[in-house]
Each structure stands twice: as C-alpha cells, then as structure tokens.
Ligand binder design. Structure first.
Ligand SMILES: *[C@@H]1O[C@H](CO)[C@@H](O)[C@H](O)[C@H]1NC(C)=O
Ligand SMILES: *[C@@H]1O[C@H](CO)[C@@H](O)[C@H](O)[C@H]1NC(C)=O
Ligand SMILES: *[C@@H]1O[C@H](CO)[C@@H](O)[C@H](O)[C@H]1NC(C)=O
Ligand SMILES: *[C@@H]1O[C@H](CO)[C@@H](O)[C@H](O)[C@H]1NC(C)=O
Ligand SMILES: *[C@@H]1O[C@H](CO)[C@@H](O)[C@H](O)[C@H]1NC(C)=O
Length: 298
C-alpha cells in the first residue's frame, strides 16, 4: 500500500509542524495539557501529589520520534533535525513535533520510541508511532492495531516484573492515569486519494474511523482512561502533494493548496470529532478529547 511519509525526503513535508509554528503548537499543547493534567475533578482521574505525567503515543510520522529509524536501522542524514536538535533524531522533521511540545509543556523528557534499543527511557511513557503507519489493513506491520498490541505487551511485561518484585518504569497507577494519544489516518486518506475520486474516498472513511474507535475501546477495556485524539492535517498543502505533476491547476484553492485533499481531510476530521463525542458518552469515567489539527496546520 502506498504510504505518504515513508522516506526522509517525502516525510520532511508530511511530518508535523516542525518549528515553523512553535508558539501556536505550544499553545495548543499547553491548552490540552491543562485540560487533561492535572484535573482531579474529572471522573476517573486522580493525580497523586508528586506523580509525574506519563504519555503513550500511537501514530505515524506526525508523531514518530525515531521509531521507524530504529525499526529499520535507518541512518537518516542531515539536514533532518537542523532546526532544533541540530542532528538527525529519527524524526521526519527539521525541528520538534507536536508530541515534543506536549512533553515540554508537561516538563517531561521527549518520548522514547518503543523499538529504540539504546538510550531509551520509558519512565515518562512510550512512543509507539511509526512513520508511514496506517489504520488498515489491520494485519500490516506497525498499523494502529499493532501499535496497541505492542502497548499491551509493554504493559503486561511491566506489571509482571513489578509483581515479581523487580523494577519497571511504569506501574499500574501510572498506566491508569496516563494520557493516551492517537494521531493517525493521514496515510490511509492519502492512499485512498491516490486511487479514487473524492466521493469514493469519503465512502471509505468509516472503516478507518472504526479502527481508531476499536483501538480506543481496546485500550479502555484494558484500563486506559484519558485519550487525546488528533485530527489529520492539511494534506492538500503538503509540498509533497503539490509537487506531484497535475494536468492543470483547477483543484488549487486561493492559498495554493489542493482542495480535494483538504476536503477529504476535513471530512475525516468531522467524522473523527463526532466519534470522539460518541466515545465520551459511551466510555464511563473516560475523557476523550478531540483536537482539530487541520485548523492549526492550514
Ligand atoms: C521541570 O523539571 C525541572 C527538573 O526536574 C525542575 O527543576 C523544574 O522546576 C520543573 N518545572 C516545572 C514548571 O515544573
Ligand atoms: C529516566 O527518566 C527519569 C525521569 O526523567 C529520570 O528520573 C531517570 O533518572 C532516567 N533514567 C535513566 C536511566 O536515565
Ligand atoms: C484488552 O486487550 C486485549 C488484547 O488486545 C483484548 O483481547 C481484550 O479484548 C481487551 N479487553 C477489553 C475488555 O477490551
Ligand atoms: C483540469 O483537470 C481535471 C482533471 O484533473 C479535469 O476534470 C478538468 O476538466 C480540467 N480542467 C481544464 C480547464 O482543463
Ligand atoms: C467509574 O468510577 C467510579 C468511581 O471511582 C467507580 O466506582 C466505577 O467502577 C467506575 N466505572 C468504570 C466503568 O470504570
């Protein structure tokens, strides 16, 4: 299946905002962090004094802090990383990703990729995001469902170690209180748009949303309570998309973005927002926050 952001060159544009709009992103991260942490008044949420925030993230290159590079053994070359870290980090981005700004606002270290064997520190959480990931097909490597299974493996192993009197970076209480972020769908939508006209793409969005719903339900069923779900960005403004040869410019909007891609992204986000509202009602004691990244990235 075609994936938008597998290679460093294309992913540079596919990844999140980098440092191009750090203040806006930071403001968003802070707003959401304040909404979710610490908020003892919310049902099902408790934050004992001194407890540190823990974040588990699932997604694609928009939040991959080095997972794909670790998995594939890629040596990503400069200029990747030039705007902030000043060396390649495995992010497909010049600077920081939204997830990095969130961690900064929570005063925790950047999330270590689940598959990074050396130098990882999971005491603040784990990043399961892998560049190029989709929600479907479910049995493909690194899809959302696979990332959630990796989380269950991590959780079961951690609790098993603790039960044996050994040390693990995250305990049962921290798993319960942690923030669970999902930022995925961009590559599914992109793959559809590469092959199908707009109306058929929209007709194929429900199975993608169903995968996100299923992931939240599985996590919830296994004890997760705090969810932050990202909508997808302005696909039609990505240089990667704009550089694909086209017959004419009739699809360009007044900002020079491809309106078909953006309409599909907005349709997806609208449905995702409704799904989050629905999950908020269905899942007792859970908080499901939907964040519209399209408006921020457009
Ligand atoms: C962030 O963490 C550092 C080191 O642990 C600490 O010195 C600092 O006071 C913290 N800042 C906030 C705003 O909590
Ligand atoms: C991992 O991070 C935590 C929190 O930032 C810190 O207290 C701990 O010392 C770190 N562990 C290692 C092995 O660096
Ligand atoms: C917990 O996760 C496992 C592994 O995916 C799944 O089989 C099970 O249905 C989940 N439990 C609930 C109650 O959702
Ligand atoms: C521009 O291209 C689209 C297909 O990409 C086509 O439907 C449309 O008729 C073209 N418009 C002009 C003015 O050629
Ligand atoms: C919701 O929270 C209440 C109060 O803590 C608890 O008694 C109840 O079992 C929880 N329900 C679920 C489904 O988590």
């Amino acid at each position: 299946m075609l994936q938008t952001d597998r290679g460093p060159r294309s992913s540079m544009s596919a990844a999140a905002a980098g440092d191009s709009a750090p203040r806006r992103i930071l403001a968003l991260a802070l707003a959401v962090a304040l909404a979710l942490w610490p908020s003892p008044a919310r049902a099902g949420f408790s934050c004992s004094p001194g407890a540190r925030p823990v974040v588990f993230n699932f997604g694609d290159s928009n939040s991959d802090t080095g997972g794909m590079a670790a998995a594939k053994g890629w040596h990503i070359a400069p200029p990747e990383g030039r705007a902030f870290f000043h060396h390649p980090t495995g992010r497909f981005c010049d600077g920081r990703l939204v997830i990095d700004f969130l961690c900064e606002s929570l005063n925790i270290s950047y999330l270590s990729p689940y598959l990074k064997a050396i130098g990882s520190n999971y005491s603040n959480g784990v990043n399961f995001a892998i560049s190029g990931s989709t929600t479907l097909p479910r049995d493909a490597l690194f899809v959302l469902h696979g990332q959630v299974q990796e989380f269950f493996f991590f959780k079961a192993r951690s609790l098993e170690l603790i039960n044996q009197g050994q040390e693990a970076p995250i305990d049962a209480e921290a798993f319960l209180n942690a923030l669970y972020i999902i930022d995925i769908g961009q590559n599914d939508i992109n793959a559809l748009l590469s092959n199908l006209p707009y109306d058929q793409v929209v007709a194929k969005l429900p199975p993608i949303l169903a995968e996100i719903k299923y992931a939240v339900q599985l996590l919830y069923g296994n004890g997760s309570r705090n969810f932050w779900i990202h909508g997808t960005g302005a696909l039609g403004c990505l240089p990667q998309k704009l550089s694909i040869p086209r017959k004419n410019d009739s699809d360009l909007d007044q900002n020079g973005c491809l309106s078909t891609y953006n309409r599909a992204a907005v349709a997806f986000n609208t449905a995702l927002g409704s799904l989050c509202d629905q999950l908020n009602v269905e899942l007792k004691n859970a908080t499901v926050v939907y964040t519209d990244l399209f408006a921020i990235k457009f």
